[in-house]
Design a protein around this ligand. Structure first.
Ligand code: PEP
Ligand code: MG
Length: 899
């Protein structure tokens, strides 16, 4: 069977019937007034796309379904006296807005147009319906450039001096039909088909084929929708909202999709068809107006909305049409909503007894929570909106407009907040983007260079604000209504909504962040409903999750912040900042040291300040694990820049004032210079080649632990070795670390328990994890380096250089540095986890790459069975909520299987 009458399907048949068809069937079976119709399955589409032919039997099935519709409506398709008309619409399993096609009014012909006019008692309506059919059929089914129809329509309007389509009368539209038919004849060499069934079959084929339209293919690649699913096709009896004042069309939501508040939300347009609402030819009225216009239909609609919400147990959105006083439901689906509404609705539905708590957790996600955590513009602030573009990277940014890289960098250096405004950005703009508070472009979509790089940097970005004319040479842009913004003028951009404002709009902290930071009490009588909802969901997530959540933090302030965000420890404390600032001179001395004594002196100077840093961090995380990673970056990162130093020495030579220290330093910088520092002398390799370096760090760690114990604290320290590729590297450093720890505890007379483990961030480490686990007490996946080395992508270069092109070409749907590439890098993680645990069953395994805070990646890590994820403090709540969701989703799946 390749097709289902609406009475034969249900909402759980999305795979076969697509989202729209499944929901139409569900509404039909609920007894709601859905026009009769049927759905041709995605399977039929797959067969058609594979073989180029309709599957066997489909034609007969369509004939039988059509007969059912004809009986129900008491009309025959295309009957000259009283035609049944049908619509043919695509409807895939996953919504692909605007990607595929629709044809309305099938069944109209030169004859039946008169029948329609007589039945409707409206000539104009009949000719307008026919010209709409010709236009949609011509474009979608016959592949004629839509512009040809548009320009014929424009000509008709001009001839009439008419501003809108609605100003054309029946005669104009009849002429337009004739013109459209000529276009069809010219373009295809054939008449527009006058056989209604031929129209129907051709439209069905066209919808099948639209699955493989180039824009649909690209969209799917980007959205990771499998290309072989196919689309279902819905054939539905037409009902008309444009049959006079007693007719109309509207959309409705069962609650406010912006705030989640209960009430009546929607818009209604009298005497119009659905597409007129979209075209915005006339203004809609609020749905409550319908109570005045047609009380019976209004109350019926409210009843239906209550039924749907109770049935779907969620916010539904609805499209409906009233044809001469009779209400028809054309579509429903679980409605899209803002992040704030998602949290509020989920908890409201629990309180209303419609869903349980686990379901509430499934219905929100970490992306939504992240959105709620960005600072935002104060609703009460005065604002003058000048444009709207794409909401490419969320947040609220205010600054002076600058139009080039150099100015962005220069002004930012002098303490100005700047917004970099470009037509589009390219890799040369990287520095300016880093310096700017926000980025605004007039071209490009969500995968443009600006959007990709800004998201990667967590920087606010609005892109593709096409109304703005950006003149980088003149250093200004102009907007609608002649607004001009010159270099230095203040603008505000909202990366969450895509809006651009003139002047400064005040920014406020998100109440959700203030809640996490302990500034807002969700139990207070006047607590914001959103804060309460977030608090409830967070408690639920914490109760359900199996994964622990730690933070990446390397200062006491970050550690404190991480704790308030709910982190249970530090999964990665990088130690590189402990080698910066004034301490750089000690690093220089270490590198320049000639002989053990000089080197030991330099190391000894580095130890105390590090120990103090550790004491602060351990105190802030008292009682929770802190994984300290030994030094990772190559030492030359702590030395002066090669070019700068070469110039300094050359100039000094000219003047005959050479500083011998500079000359030695220059020699060292040259010696340590690397073409590919990311693949050079860093991580464990440094520890092996710079004698005493790691021992000094371990001593500082152990002494800090002793100090904390002596002060009555409870330090839970772990030492982590970076960039290990072979077990032998780890064994050497581990022995050195153990010796240092033993020495400190003996001297202090305090027992220390400090596990030594390793990062797994090279493919070789992942593939030899079984051996490595014998020498490591824990693993932590460094998925940043693991992604870099598995793909051969230089982390610092590729996102700015070519990722936007890769995304546009659909090579991946999201940067693998942002969301773990489960197929490739994830496979390495899985292998290492399994083989590591096989060798050492109590091996603790976590992840500390950026992916630890990415929703999809958190689910992957849950599924692989890691013990914890670690991410930046700000993303800890996102990881908590997603870890909770991963657990309840997994248990729901398991439940499905056992049923
Ligand atoms: C990693 O590689 O994933 C990691 C956490 O280390 P870093 O980013 O410091 O190289
Ligand atoms: Mg790393």
């Amino acid at each position: 069977m390749f097709s289902y009458d609406f009475s034969q399907g249900n909402k759980d048949m999305r795979d076969l019937l697509g989202g729209k068809g499944a929901n139409l069937a569900e509404m039909t079976n609920l007894g709601l007034p859905v026009p009769p119709g049927f759905t041709i399955t995605t399977k039929a589409c797959q067969v058609y796309l594979e073989t180029g032919k309709e599957p066997p039997g489909l034609t007969d099935e369509v004939t039988a379904h059509l007969a059912t519709i004809e009986r129900a409506r008491g009309k025959t398709l295309g009957d000259p006296a009283d035609p049944l008309l049908v619509s043919v619409r695509s409807g895939a399993k996953f919504s692909m807005p605007g990607m595929m096609d629709t044809v309305l009014n099938i069944g109209l012909t030169d004859d039946s147009v008169h029948g329609l006019a007589a039945q409707a008692n409206d000539e104009r309506f009949a000719w307008d319906s026919y010209r709409r059919l010709l236009q949609m059929f011509g474009k979608t089914v016959l592949g004629i450039d839509g512009e040809r129809f548009e320009s014929a329509l424009e000509d008709a309007k001009q001839a009439r001096n008419a501003e809108h389509d609605v100003d054309l009368d029946a005669e104009d539209l009849r002429d337009l039909v004739a013109a459209y038919k000529r276009i069809v004849q010219e373009e295809t060499g054939k008449e527009f088909p006058q056989d209604p069934r031929e129209q129907l079959d051709a439209a069905i084929r066209a919808v099948f084929e639209s699955w493989n339209a180039p824009r649909a293919v690209t969209y799917r690649r980007q959205e990771r929708i499998p290309g072989d699913l196919g689309t279902a096709v819905n054939v539905v009896a037409m009902v008309f909202g444009n049959l006079g004042a007693g007719s109309g069309t509207g959309v409705a939501f069962t609650r406010d999709p912006a705030s989640g508040a209960r009430g009546i939300y929607g818009d209604y347009l009298s005497n119009a068809q659905g597409e007129d609402v979209v075209a915005g030819i006339r203004n809609t009225v609020p749905l409550t107006e319908l109570a005045r216009l047609d009380q019976t239909s209004y109350h019926q609609l409210l009843d239906i909305m209550a039924t749907l919400e109770g049935h779907y147990r969620d916010l539904c959105d609805i499209e409906f049409t009233i044809e001469r006083g009779k209400l028809w439901m054309l579509q429903t689906r679980v409605g899209k909503r803002t992040a704030a509404a998602a949290f509020r609705i989920a908890t409201q539905l629990v309180d209303e007894g419609l869903i349980d708590e686990d379901e509430a957790l499934r219905r929100v996600d970490g992306h939504q929570l992240a959105q709620l955590m960005f600072p935002r513009f104060d609703d009460r602030g005065r604002r003058r909106r000048i444009s709207r573009g794409m909401n490419a990277s969320p947040g609220a940014a205010v600054g002076r407009a600058v139009f080039d890289n150099a100015t962005a960098v220069e002004w930012a250096r002098s303490g100005e907040s700047v917004i970099l405004v470009r037509r589009e950005t390219n890799p040369d703009d990287l520095e300016g983007m880093i310096a700017a508070r926000g980025i605004l472009t007039s071209r490009g979509g969500k995968t443009s260079h600006a959007a990709v790089v800004a998201r990667g940097m967590g920087k606010t970005c609005v892109c593709g604000a096409e109304e703005l004319d950006v003149d980088t040479v003149g250093r200004r842009f102009t907007g609608p209504g002649g607004v001009e913004v010159h270099e230095g003028d203040v603008i505000s951009i909202d990366g969450t909504s895509g809006e651009v404002f003139l002047g400064e709009v005040p920014v406020v902290d998100s109440p959700v962040v203030r809640y996490f930071e302990g500034d807002l009490d969700p139990r207070a009588a006047d607590a914001d409903e959103l804060v309460r909802a977030v608090d409830r969901i967070m408690r639920l997530a914490d109760a359900r999750r199996r994964l622990d959540v730690r933070a990446n933090a390397d200062s006491p302030a970050d550690a404190t912040r991480a704790r308030s965000m709910g982190a249970h420890g530090i999964g990665l404390c990088r130690t590189e900042h402990m080698f910066l600032g004034e301490r750089r001179t000690h690093v220089e001395r270490l590198i320049l040291a000639e002989g053990d004594e000089e080197r030991e002196k330099a190391l000894a100077a580095l130890l105390p300040p590090q120990r103090d840093d550790f004491i602060g961090i351990f105190a802030a995380m008292d009682g929770m694990p802190v994984t300290v990673r030994l030094l990772d970056p190559p030492l030359h990162e702590f030395l002066p820049d090669l070019t700068e130093l070469s110039v300094r020495v050359a100039v000094a030579r000219e003047r005959g004032e050479v500083d011998p220290d500079d000359v030695r330093l220059l020699r060292a910088v040259r010696r340590l210079h690397e073409e590919n520092p990311m693949l050079g002398l860093r991580g464990v390799r440094l520890g092996l080649l710079v004698p005493g370096l790691f021992t000094m760090q371990v001593r500082a760690i152990a002494e800090a632990a002793v100090a904390r114990i002596e002060a009555g604290g409870d330090p839970r320290v772990e030492v982590m070795i970076p960039l290990v590729g072979a077990v032998q590297e780890l064994e050497l450093i581990r022995d050195e670390a153990r010796a240092a720890i033993d020495d400190v505890q003996e001297r202090a007379g305090v027992a220390l328990s400090i596990p030594v483990g390793t990062m797994i961030e090279l493919p070789r480490a992942a593939l030899t994890a079984g051996r490595i686990a014998r020498a490591a007490e824990f693993f932590s996946f460094g998925t940043n380096d693991l992604t870099q080395t598995a793909w051969g992508f230089s982390r610092d270069d590729v996102e700015g250089a070519f990722f936007s092109a890769y995304l546009e070409k659909g090579i991946f749907g999201v940067s693998p540095f942002e969301s773990l590439d489960a197929e490739g890098v994830g496979r390495l993680v899985r292998i290492a986890c399994e083989e590591g645990r096989a060798a050492r069953p109590d091996l603790k395994v976590g992840v500390c790459g950026e992916h630890g805070g990415d929703p999809a990646s958190v689910h992957f890590f849950h599924e692989v069975g890691l013990d914890y994820v670690s991410c930046s403090p700000f993303r800890v709540p996102v990881a908590r909520v997603e870890a909770g969701r991963a657990a309840v989703l997994a248990s729901a799946d398991a439940g499905d299987e056992s049923r």
